[in-house]
Ligand binder design. Structure first.
Ligand code: ARG
Length: 477
């Protein structure tokens, strides 16, 4: 927190003339307010975008005859020096100058004098922050999409290895039908693909340049907003200055996309945690991604999936925070909006971490094929297939369901699996139930039979793996 006192000795409150907006003030800012109001702790990370935005703005002012070539030259080299200073750790952000924008502008003026003071012509911090945040999040979104694509590739590779690995599929967390692990993993590939799509859609919508909207109404100077938009890689300038400086939809959208992705990771985490338990023993996660207990020597805890599951809470919290912050704000800029960056930066940092952990952890996951197979072979996972066999012999599905239900009841009492029923047991339940039908039941047959697009058959898994390999390859270009 900027006002927690953690930043060391209290700073001198400067003479009000040192504040870029100090002209109309007579007494200094309250010391606590100065820290409470400052956003440097959060927004200093946008320094490169702030500098890029300033350079594009200055170049446009010069091209339009609003700034001299000498001033532009001084501004550009001054900003380059500041960029190098920041990157070399030679720049100290001060809360007295509130935010990244005023810290950089004020240092520029210190370095180059009057030319630095001319930079803020025809702009405001309101369009500046809107521009910087979009630029910063645009590149973070690109990284996020890359992380998602990487995780998808890892999952596709695992799916290929486990195209034939049979496990129980669940509904209500009760054994339902056998599935292949490859199919199960590819379900997440689909989810992550939609996540990447949401990030990419949001990126497209936010890629319009608010610079030049100034405080709220535009500017009296003859600016060229198309030039700055193009210089900063935006598709076009935004069309409405009021909207430009007050729109935080892009933050809401990105946080919504991040929340959905975090939920997918959280569901996956929950499964890994269950699968690694002593009761399931389906998988073992690599030591490098687990921790032990300080008291129970036998413990190996799946901390990473647990933490990833937990992180979804704060990411969703960020979404709720921005939604509630924006609700009821009148046009145009309001200081409330400074809170947007805390929410989205925290969510992005954490989601990127989650994606990285999963991408790094999953290749080392040990899969216990025998235990998975045994689990799929118990719990009557083949019951639907027995009903289907009866239907193929002409029995109406509802009758078949009833016959198999009775068979399951019989097997529970006899403590056997369906395929172990003998001819006498079959005919005692229903004349239409033959011992051949029950003997034919195997989990391999069950999965292989679901051989249509979207089905769990190993052949389909291989087809989907081939589809994703091609698809992801083209997306990596
Ligand atoms: N630090 C501010 C923010 O993040 C920058 C914009 C400030 N604008 C203003 N008029 N006070 O929102």
């Amino acid at each position: 927190m900027p006002y927690s006192g953690s930043r060391g000795p209290a700073q001198q409150v400067p003479d009000m003339s040192e504040k870029p907006w100090g002209g109309r003030f007579e007494s200094p800012t309250d010391k606590f307010v100065e820290a409470f109001n400052a956003s440097t702790d959060v927004d200093a990370r946008m320094y490169a975008e702030d500098i890029a935005g300033s350079k594009a703005h200055a170049a446009m002012l010069c091209a339009q005859g609003i700034l001299s070539a000498d001033d532009l030259h001084a501004i550009k080299s001054g900003l380059d020096e500041i960029l190098a200073d920041i990157e070399n750790g030679d720049f100290e952000f001060t809360i007295a100058l509130e935010d990244v924008h005023m810290n950089i502008e004020s240092r520029l003026t210190q370095k180059i004098g009057d030319a630095g003071k001319r930079l803020h012509t025809a702009r405001s911090r309101n369009d500046q922050v809107a521009t910087d945040t979009r630029l910063y999040l645009r590149s973070r979104t690109d990284t996020m999409i890359k992380r998602i694509r990487h995780l998808q590739s890892v999952l596709v590779e695992l799916a290929e290895t486990h195209a034939d690995t049979i496990m129980p599929g669940f509904t209500h967390l009760q054994t339902a039908q056998p599935v292949t692990l490859g199919h199960h993993l590819l379900a997440y590939v689909e989810m992550f693909d939609r996540d990447a799509g949401r990030f990419s859609d949001a990126r497209g919508r936010m890629n319009h340049c608010p610079l030049g909207s100034a405080a709220l109404a535009g500017t009296t100077f003859n600016i060229d907003r198309f030039q700055t938009a193009a210089a900063l890689g935006f598709e076009t300038p935004t069309r409405n200055s009021l909207d430009s400086v007050s729109d935080r939809d892009f933050i809401m959208e990105l946080l919504a996309a991040a929340s959905i992705s975090a939920i997918h990771l959280s569901r996956f985490s929950e499964e890994l945690i269950l699968w690694m338990s002593a009761q399931f023993r389906f998988v073992d996660l690599p030591d490098a991604f687990c921790t032990g207990s300080s008291i129970m020597p036998q413990k190996k805890n799946p901390d990473m999936p647990e933490l990833v599951r937990g992180k979804s809470g704060r990411i969703i919290g960020g979404l709720v925070a921005i939604l509630v912050t924006m609700k009821g704000l009148p046009l145009a800029y309001n200081k409330d909006m400074q809170e947007d960056k805390t929410a989205i930066f925290d969510a992005f940092d954490n989601l990127e971490g989650c994606l990285r952990v999963f991408g790094d952890m999953l290749p080392g996951m040990q899969v216990n094929r025998e235990i998975m197979h045994a689990a799929a072979s118990s719990g009557f996972a083949t019951a639907t297939d027995l009903a289907d066999a009866l239907v193929r012999a002409g029995v109406p599905f509802r009758d078949a369901h009833e016959i198999v239900g009775k068979s399951v009841g019989y097997c529970i009492k006899a403590d056997i699996e369906l395929h172990a029923m003998d001819a006498a047991a079959c005919s005692a339940i229903d004349a239409r139930l033959s011992v051949d039908m029950v003997r034919d039941l195997s989990v391999e047959t069950c999965v292989a039979a679901r051989n249509h697009i979207g089905g769990t058959a190993p052949e389909q898994v291989r087809k989907q793996v081939a589809f994703w390999q091609k698809n992801l390859e083209s997306k990596h270009d």
